[in-house]
Design a protein around this ligand. Structure first.
Ligand code: GSH
Length: 225
């Protein structure tokens, strides 16, 4: 777009929300500066650029800030027309992709977090709930979207692939830390999609290392372990 575009991303390394933004920028070949935040001691800049939610990620483009990862992905796609398109032109398909991305964040991610936070019977219930929500997501995505959106073979990353793929390593790490919550047997479509996304060269380059994520999850959810 502009000749001297300046792009800064405020994030934390282990956050899938933040990784989405970095993956989208890398996919389009947009250079950016990355600022690692300390959420226990949020910087003045983060509070200034995201005064409403005070969360990462935040994208600052030529001094102007945008918050919320899904909003940022759309902004990147609208602003930088070169490189792969994250969303298609067709308004109906765009709406459907947005719908399932929102469902993924509001239902699936929330449900996965619930599993990590709970223990015993509550955890068993949380795993069952997650399975049900995941089935709705799998069936809905297959029914609503044509084969290329999402990209189940993980080759041409688009909006929903980035949304889901950014969590791929988090799932792998959580399986190691807290036990399996989905498998090729229970959710074959989601399993093979997430695996294909994780193996995409860009994802491999951008996503956090497994051992580092495992250590972080152990500390966050099982401090005594
Ligand atoms: N809906 C937001 C979620 C972002 C989010 O939850 N960020 C977390 C880190 S993973 C955060 O900044 N938490 C700090 C806080 O809650 O104070 C998005 O999509 O960007």
């Amino acid at each position: 777009m502009e000749k001297q575009s300046q792009v800064v991303v405020f994030g934390i390394w282990g956050s899938s929300y933040c990784k989405r933004v970095e993956i989208a920028l890398a996919l389009k070949g947009i250079p950016y500066e990355y600022v690692e935040e300390d959420l226990a001691n949020k910087s003045e800049s983060l509070l200034h650029y995201n005064p409403v939610h005070k969360k990462v990620p935040v994208l600052v483009h030529n001094g102007k800030s945008i918050a919320e990862s899904l909003v940022i992905l759309e902004y990147i796609d609208d602003c930088w027309k070169h490189g792969p398109k994250l969303l298609p032109e067709d308004p109906y398909l765009r709406a459907k992709l947005r719908f399932w991305a929102n469902f993924y964040d509001q239902k699936l991610k929330a449900s996965a977090t619930q599993i990590m936070m709970s223990r015993g019977e509550e955890r068993e219930r949380a795993i069952k709930d997650f399975g049900e929500v995941l089935k709705v997501f799998e069936d809905g995505v297959k029914k609503d979207l044509p084969a290329e959106f999402p990209c189940f073979d993980g080759k041409n990353l688009g909006f929903l692939d980035i949304v889901v793929g950014s969590s791929a390593c988090n799932y792998e790490a959580s399986h190691e830390v807290a036990g399996v919550i989905f498998s090729p047997e229970t959710n074959p479509t989601f399993w093979s999609w997430v695996t294909a996304l994780k193996n995409h060269p860009l994802m491999k380059r951008m996503l956090p290392p497994h051992d580092k994520l495992v250590a972080k999850m152990r500390q966050k959810y099982f401090q005594s372990a």
